[in-house]
Design a protein. Sequence first.
Length: 365
Amino acid sequence: MNIQKYKKTMIACALAVCVGAGGSYYFWAPKDTMQQTTVMSQAKPTQPLTASRDTYVVRAAKESGPAVVGITTQVFQRDIFNRTIYAGEGVGSGVLIDDKGHIVTNHHVVAGARNGEVTVSLSDGTTVTGTVIGSDEQSDLAVVQIEPPNNIKPIEIGDSDSLQVGEPAIAIGNPLGLEFKGSVTSGVISALARTVDSQGQRFPLIQTDAAINPGNSGGALLNADGQLIGINSSKISKEGIEGMGFAIPINAAKPIIDSIIKNGKVIRPYIGVWAVDKQTAARNNVTYSGNGLLVVQLDSTGPAARAGIVEGDTIDQVDGTDITTLVELKEVIDKHSPGDTILVSYTHNGGTVKGQIQLGQTSSD
């Protein structure tokens, strides 16, 4: 969390509630003056639902809702005397994925957690301490671990590669803070393979019109069977734009989650190039009319440079796949492991060159 970004806001609204970038929800207030909104508990049905009321949304919420938790991160900053002072709390969501107490959430939800500890609010109302075992800013994913409760019921993992545009989508999370925990919204899968930030985005995202409000970050996106198909990550919240939420596909998230659980960090293959596609070049006034990726900078000792690629070359194919965007390049590279050899076709001085690159290694820590 960028505390400096909120410093002026905190002074101006000491007891106000503020929305953070990317869908986190921040309560900027002194710890002993924090006020909580009381929300009446939901009435429990006294008789079975009729067939028309017992919809797929109801069934999915009952089955998977308990696996969605609240995550509170205490935020501290330095005052003018360089003393560490409490500034507020960041609130987001998380999803319990196994019986060992592993919870998946967003990196920005737990970023800055003091001593790597957060408070996890379970669906039954109890709170426990969670430990951030690893976090990855590139993918905006993190894993928190808690002591598994006795009645633990992890969510069922689905298959995001099988999604179809137009099929139902259900979002569960904690919009506007824990007072509204476990809120359920529904809609459809609006689009697949969406690119929001071609430079920083790690993989294509799922777009949905199921409402994803501040505080939902790290929460679950479900299919009609109640299976986890995505981790809610952000929302376009510009004036006049509604119904555009985004989630990280669970199939793309799995390798990152597994790496964090196993290694405490994400270990990735590394090619060592900084490149732009046609659209990015146009936005930055770079003259480029090709269809591949224009190499604008290299790690001089990295894998691509060692293979002979230089600034100004254009990467056209990797392993026989046409490459036109940075997200496509990252997708192909991420299918490999450090030390693997990839086949690259690139344009050099107007001619096509085919060569091999042995991938290096980088990590999220």
